[in-house]
Design a protein around this ligand. Structure first.
Ligand SMILES: Cc1cc2nc3c(=O)[nH]c(=O)nc-3n(C[C@H](O)[C@H](O)[C@H](O)COP(=O)(O)OP(=O)(O)OC[C@H]3O[C@@H](n4cnc5c(N)ncnc54)[C@H](O)[C@@H]3O)c2cc1C
Length: 384
């Protein structure tokens, strides 16, 4: 008996929805299984905005993937008519030797990306809401901006459905096993067979991928929306860049222009500084002391931002020890299973290119994209 599907995709969040689109676009018979509803807010792909940029301080190895992701995001907007990318430009601010500035500059130089270096005076002149210290500088990138995560996921789900994928929501996978030359996947409702399995579990990786040798840390992260003190006008995208700002202690904060009208002000968050949690036990309440700490921090660098506190929301990072992704054939099941996880709080800007890579791996066993950095063997070999 031949399997019912060519590929089953587990998790239809950021990465899984993109995989379902790219797989079904290539004619594969796809089943997608998702624990929650379409475009939900209980994983890692919600909150209205995600930063995108090309001068990547994390590692220049990400740049070719970013260039492809920019193309694919444009295609996604054209194919669905949804607004996904808003690109007002961005500044990576800090001391010249901070990772945020020096790493961004390394990528920009290595890949010949358009950029400008601004000293503190020039930052204040160009972007009057930003008040850098005299020894701080910025790398300005005109291609940086933000992506709409909910619209991205909705767009990929829409295209996958149009291309014939079966997408089942509120139907979590309970377990899977190798079966004949492929896999068998169980849910409370049914059992399905397929030649290939693609697992995109987000913060559920510690549960679903116990056997790939990667020690994940799930972190609770908070996003904050404040009413700018002098109104939203100076914070509108035509006046305001996205920013990532590293202070002398190495704390990174990042923020967005005002994109959802005055009632939602502008969003800001700490890049890391999360608390260790699990999807089952995460504290979804944002506490007064957290709000105060965020407002106090912003008073030092974007003093017009923290007027009235408007709202906050929690989200989860799935972090690997070196903060690089895991995208590979499953080490124990290299013939039939592909995994994409451990996006360590910086995966969203890669969503469509990860979908393309997962389709390559599941359908052909390899990809032309440079994914050597994401091999889980690097972590299995290192002490945890
Ligand atoms: C606050 C915050 C800010 C961020 N900011 C940025 C940013 O500015 N730029 C950037 O590039 N990235 C950013 N990120 C990171 C980025 O959003 C994530 O890397 C990305 O969304 C991860 O996508 P995912 O598909 O791995 O996870 P998810 O989108 O969470 O998808 C995983 C899915 O798997 C489902 N699932 C789990 N178990 C099962 C099961 N057993 N059966 C079926 N389905 C299952 C879940 O319900 C979920 O829908 C941010 C993340 C957070 C939390």
């Amino acid at each position: 008996m031949s399997p019912t599907y060519d590929v089953i995709v587990i998790g239809l969040g950021g990465m899984g929805s993109a995989a379902a689109h790219h797989l079904s676009a290539r004619g594969a018979r796809v089943l997608g299984l998702e624990k929650f509803g379409p475009v939900h807010n209980r994983g890692s792909s919600h909150g209205g905005s995600r930063i995108t940029r090309q001068s990547y301080f994390e590692d220049p190895a990400y740049v070719p993937l970013l260039l492809r992701a920019y193309e694919l995001y444009e295609e996604l907007e054209r194919a669905t008519g949804r607004e996904i990318a808003i690109l007002p430009g961005g500044v990576m601010v800090g001391r010249p030797d901070s990772r945020t500035v020096s790493g961004s500059l390394l990528s920009a130089r290595q890949w010949d990306l358009p950029h400008e270096m601004l000293d503190a005076k020039e930052i204040r002149r160009r972007f009057p809401t930003l008040t850098p210290k005299d020894d701080e500088v910025a790398l300005y990138e005109n291609k940086a901006g933000l992506l709409r995560p909910e619209n991205t996921v909705a767009a990929h789900l829409q295209l996958a459905t149009r291309q014939g994928a079966d997408l089942h929501f509120e139907e979590p996978m309970t377990r899977w096993e190798p079966y004949r030359d492929g896999v068998r996947v169980h849910t409370a409702e049914d059992t399905y067979t397929a030649s290939q399995l693609v697992i995109c579990p987000g913060a559920w990786a510690p549960r679903l991928l116990t056997d790939i040798g990667v020690p994940f840390t799930i972190e609770r992260q908070v996003m904050y929306w404040f009413q700018p003190k002098r109104g939203v006008e100076p914070f509108l995208p035509e006046n305001h860049p996205i920013y990532i700002w590293e202070d002398a202690a190495g704390v990174q904060v990042y923020g967005f222009p005002s994109i959802d009208g005055p009632e939602l002000g502008a969003k800001v968050a700490f890049f890391r500084k999360g608390q260790v949690t699990t999807p089952e036990t995460i504290d979804r309440t944002v506490h007064q002391d957290e709000i105060k700490a965020m407002a106090d921090h912003m008073a030092g660098c974007v003093p017009d931002l923290p007027g009235a506190f408007l709202k906050a929301a929690t989200c989860m990072y799935s972090t690997t020890p070196d903060e690089h992704f895991v995208i590979a054939r499953h080490p124990a099941h290299p013939e039939s299973v592909t995994v994409a996880c451990g996006f360590s709080g910086h995966g969203f800007k890669f969503v469509p290119v990860v979908g393309e890579i997962l389709a390559d791996l599941a359908l052909t066993g390899s990809t032309e994209h440079p994914i050597g950095l994401f091999d889980p063997a690097r972590l299995a070999a290192a002490p945890a």
